[in-house]
Design a protein around this ligand. Structure first.
Ligand code: SF4
Ligand code: SF4
Length: 472
C-alpha cells in the first residue's frame, strides 16, 4: 500500500459536486474569541470604507479612483496624469506590502481585511442567519417546497440584500466618479445623469449577484490574490492550521468517549466531530492541510476551541501556526525571503515618500519656443517661451503671475500680466523674458522662475535663456 497521504481532495473544490454542479454552503454560525475580534475589525473597516469617499481634505476627496478621467486621490493627495509615476509606485508599495504580509502571515488579508469577506461574512451572512436561521434551518429551507414561509423569507431576504447592494453601489460610484458627482445625480435625478445612473444599476446588479449567489466563488475562482497563494506560501508562513501531530497521534483521530483516558489510548486529540468542517464558509476540511480555498477566516479555530473546551482538552488544536512549527516544533524565524521582501518594501516606501515631498500642488513647465533665437530689444535680450501651469488643487487662483527669482530682468506674459486658473484646470500661453545684455555672463544662462498667486510662491521652475556668444 502506498504511504502517500490521500490528496484526492486537491483534485476538486469544496463547492462543486461530483457532477460539476454548484454545491451551496450553509456554514454554521461562528462564535468565539476570533469571531468577536473580527466583528470589531470588520465594522471599523466598513465605517472607514463607507466614509472615505465622503471625507474631504483641503477640498480634495480623501479617496477617489476616477479611472475614466485618470484622476486619483489617495489620503487626500490628488494624483493627476502628471503624477502617474507616484500612483504606480504607491500601487507597487501596496503589492509588495501584501506579498510580504502573505509570506509571513499567510492569507491574513483575506480573513480580516478583504472587503469581499467583510461584506459576505459580517453583513450578508449575518442577515441570513437572522432571517433564515443557522446551518440546519438554512439547508432545510433550501430543500423545502415554495410554501408561504419560504416565499416570505426569500422575498424579505432578497429585498434586504438588494437594498444593501444598492447602498454599496452608491459608495463604489462615489469612489469612482467622486462624491460630488454622486450628490449631483441625487439632486438632478437619473435622467440628467443617465450614465452615472446606469453605472449605479450595473454595480448594484453585480454586487447583488456576488453576495446572493456567487459568494465564496469570488475567492476561489475570480480573485487573483487567492490564486497567488501557491507561490507565496511556504512551510514557514503562518496560517490557520490543524495541528496534525497532536490531532492524529499514533492511532489517528477518533470519536470522543468520556469513559476512556485518551492519553493512554494513543488516539489523537481530534474527536472527529466535524464542527470545523460545518462552520467553514468555504466548505473545506482544514484537517487536510493548507488549501487554496481557505481564506484564514478563523471560524474553525473558534469552533474547535469550543469543542476542546467542552471535552476538557487543551485549546489550539486548530490555530495560527506554520507547517514547520507543527511538524518540527520550530519557532518563527525571519527568513531570507522575508528579509528580501522587507528590503524591497523599505526602498519603495523611501522612494515614494521622497517623491511625495517633491511633488507640488501646482506644476509649471516653461520651455523655449522651438526654432526661435533670442532678439535684441535695445540694450535688452529677449527670449520667447511657452508655459503650461496645472492647478491640481481644489482652490481657484485669481492672481497668477511670473517673476524671475535669481536674475534681474522682466517677464512679459502675452495677454494679461496676471491671470486666473480655476481649480483642477490648466493654463497655457506665451511669455517673453527680457534681460539686460550687460548683466548676462554667458550665451546660455539658467534662469529660475517663480509662479506666484499674489504674494504666495506656488512653484518654481527653471529654463534656459540664450544670449549672444561674444562675452569677454
Ligand atoms: S473541530 Fe476540532 S475536534 Fe472537531 S473535527 Fe475539527 S479538528 Fe477535530
Ligand atoms: S478552513 Fe477554517 S480558516 Fe479556512 S476558510 Fe474554513 S473555517 Fe475559515
Amino acid at each position: 500500500m502506498s504511504n502517500l497521504p490521500d490528496e484526492a481532495f486537491r483534485d476538486t473544490i469544496g463547492t462543486i459536486d461530483d457532477s460539476g454542479n454548484r454545491k451551496f454552503i450553509f456554514p454554521k454560525k461562528p462564535s468565539g474569541k476570533f469571531y468577536n475580534y473580527r466583528k470589531i475589525v470588520s465594522y471599523v473597516l466598513l465605517a472607514i470604507l463607507v466614509a472615505n469617499p465622503f471625507i474631504k481634505i483641503n477640498g480634495n476627496q480623501f479617496m477617489m479612483f476616477n479611472v475614466l478621467e485618470r484622476r486619483f486621490n489617495i489620503f487626500g493627495f490628488p494624483f493627476w496624469p502628471q503624477d502617474f509615476y507616484l500612483f504606480v509606485i504607491s500601487m507597487l508599495v501596496g503589492v509588495v506590502f501584501v506579498i510580504l504580509f502573505t509570506v509571513v502571515f499567510g492569507r491574513i488579508f483575506c480573513g480580516w481585511i478583504c472587503p469581499q469577506t467583510i461584506f459576505l461574512e459580517m453583513v450578508f451572512r449575518r442577515i441570513e442567519y437572522w432571517i433564515d436561521g443557522d446551518r440546519g434551518s438554512q439547508s432545510r429551507l433550501a430543500r423545502q417546497e415554495w410554501n408561504a414561509e419560504k416565499i416570505r423569507k426569500r422575498l424579505f431576504k432578497w429585498t434586504v440584500f438588494f437594498l444593501i447592494s444598492f447602498g454599496i453601489a452608491n459608495v463604489f460610484l462615489a469612489y469612482l466618479v467622486g462624491s460630488d458627482q454622486l450628490f449631483l445625480m441625487i439632486e438632478q435625478g437619473p435622467v440628467k445623469q443617465a450614465s452615472n445612473f446606469i453605472a449605479l444599476l450595473i454595480f448594484t446588479g453585480v454586487f447583488y449577484f456576488v453576495f446572493v449567489w456567487f459568494r465564496e466563488q469570488v475567492c476561489i475562482i475570480a480573485c487573483p490574490y487567492g490564486r497567488l497563494q501557491g507561490v507565496l506560501l511556504d512551510n514557514k508562513s503562518i496560517n490557520v492550521a490543524y495541528d496534525f501531530v497532536r490531532g492524529e497521534k499514533e492511532e489517528g483521530r477518533a470519536k470522543f468517549n468520556k469513559k476512556e483516558d485518551r492519553a493512554l489510548t494513543g488516539k489523537g486529540d481530534c474527536i472527529d466531530c466535524l464542527q470545523c468542517v460545518h462552520v467553514c464558509p468555504m466548505g473545506i476540511d482544514i484537517r487536510n492541510g493548507t488549501q487554496l480555498e481557505c481564506t484564514n477566516c478563523t471560524a474553525c479555530i473558534d469552533e474547535c476551541d469550543n469543542i476542546m473546551e467542552s471535552v476538557g482538552l487543551p485549546k489550539g488544536l486548530i490555530r495560527y501556526a506554520s507547517e514547520d512549527e507543527i511538524a518540527k516544533k520550530e519557532t518563527f524565524k525571519f527568513t531570507n525571503r522575508m528579509k528580501g521582501y522587507t528590503a524591497v518594501l523599505f526602498i519603495l516606501l523611501s522612494v515614494f515618500v521622497g517623491m511625495l515631498f517633491l511633488r507640488t500642488n501646482v506644476e509649471a513647465i516653461i520651455l523655449r519656443l522651438p526654432g526661435q533665437l533670442f532678439q535684441h530689444k535695445g540694450d535688452k535680450i529677449s527670449n520667447v517661451y511657452t508655459y503650461k501651469i496645472v492647478n491640481k488643487t481644489m482652490n481657484d487662483y485669481n492672481d497668477i503671475h511670473f517673476e524671475l527669482i535669481d536674475q534681474k530682468g522682466e517677464i512679459k506674459n502675452v495677454g494679461n500680466k496676471n491671470f486666473k486658473i480655476k481649480r483642477e484646470e490648466t493654463a497655457q500661453g506665451t511669455l517673453f523674458i527680457e534681460i539686460n545684455e550687460a548683466i548676462l555672463e554667458s550665451d546660455k544662462t539658467t534662469v529660475k522662475i517663480g509662479v506666484y498667486n499674489g504674494k504666495e510662491l506656488l512653484e518654481t521652475t527653471k529654463t534656459n535663456f540664450l544670449g549672444p556668444r561674444s562675452f569677454n
